[in-house]
Design a protein around this ligand. Structure first.
Ligand SMILES: Nc1ncnc2c1ncn2[C@@H]1O[C@H](COP(=O)(O)OP(=O)(O)OP(=O)(O)O)[C@@H](O)[C@H]1O
Ligand SMILES: [Mg+2]
Length: 300
């Protein structure tokens, strides 16, 4: 059974007399157990799709199902955890109270809630701030408590809209680790982002949305390939580089230098460097931005 099915959904908004076509026949299918990344630029229709799945708004046309049940049926959402794009809480509540509220709304008993809250507050590093009102939380702390609230009831499907926005690099690593652990223990995960590295590090399948339509669906290996612009080879600077690329070399330190090579030249450059016995220290993929990724994929 599919965890999520969106069949040919359309959604138009009217704003000050103007019609905005947010979704134009979007198809999206997510298998159970998948870690699915929903990648697309600003305004592509990611949040609109998620809001339709959560039944905050209704599609004009098409059908949406969660674990085989129509998403308009409240029962379809009993097994879901959800983190919206900009979570808003009653700001006089403390972090711990928000978790209690979330647990209660999912029918958990107090003992269970206390145990799970303790564990989650520690995991999202809010133990110290747990009894502070959330109006005193930073953006990243709000995101962390929202994440904990979304998973307190061990959902089977976790839906997150731009979960990593507002997080610092350490927060991003923490979220990615937690998402990986949840997915390994069987939770299906669906999250949106417009940041390629956030998606390619953890997702197994990536749906690319543009102008309200599914533009392409690729796996993580393809995303890594298509999103790589070039490679930066770092080597120990002991010899002279072959003529073809010696002008591109940049000195990094006393011992190390680097040379940037395109994807198509990587093989050639590496074999030449090997012939000359260069000591290669690292090969780092250099990433494209989302717009350039679209160009590459459309030319594929
Ligand atoms: N309530 C609304 N009223 C009018 N237009 C809307 C409304 N909600 C969304 N839109 C429009 O629908 C389109 C899709 O918006 P959506 O929020 O789904 O994009 P998104 O992919 O989530 O973008 P972002 O990466 O910026 O979050 C945009 O053109 C947006 O302006
Ligand atoms: Mg959005």
């Amino acid at each position: 059974m599919k965890a999520v099915e969106c069949d040919n959904i359309f959604k138009q908004f009217k704003y000050k007399g103007e019609k905005i076509q947010a979704l134009s026949g979007l198809d999206l299918y997510i298998d159970e157990g998948e870690m699915y990344g929903f990648l697309g630029p600003n305004g592509a229709g990611k949040s609109t799709t998620i809001k339709i799945l959560m039944d905050f708004i209704r599609a004009d046309k098409g059908s949406t199902k969660i674990f085989g049940l129509d998403s308009k049926d409240v029962k379809s959402r009993a097994r879901i955890g959800f983190l919206p794009e900009n979570p808003v809480f009653m700001d006089n509540l403390t972090g711990r109270e928000i978790l209690r509220f979330a647990g209660k709304s999912h029918g958990m008993d107090s003992g269970e809630i206390d145990k799970k809250s303790k564990e989650l507050l520690k995991r999202v590093e809010l133990r110290e701030a747990a009894d502070r009102a959330v109006r005193k939380y930073s953006k990243g702390m709000i995101q962390r408590i929202g994440f904990a609230a979304a998973i307190i009831h061990d959902p089977e499907l976790l839906v997150l809209d731009e979960p990593m926005s507002g997080l610092d690099p350490l927060g991003r690593v923490l979220f990615k680790d937690m998402l990986k652990e949840l997915n390994e223990s069987g939770t299906t995960i669906f999250f949106s982002s417009h940041i390629i590295p956030d998606i390619e590090d953890i997702c197994t399948k990536i749906g690319i949305i543009k102008n309200g339509k599914m533009y392409n669906e690729i796996d993580d290996t393809e995303l890594k390939y298509y999103s790589t612009e070039s490679f930066r080879i770092i080597y120990r600077d002991e010899g002279v580089l072959p003529d073809e690329f010696k002008d591109d070399a940049v000195k990094i330190s006393e011992e190390l230098s680097s040379v940037n090579v395109s994807k198509s030249r990587l093989d050639l450059v590496l074999s030449k460097m090997k012939e000359e016995n260069f000591d290669i220290v690292d090969i780092q993929p250099q990433k494209k931005d989302l717009e350039d990724l679209f160009v590459e994929i459309s030319e594929k």
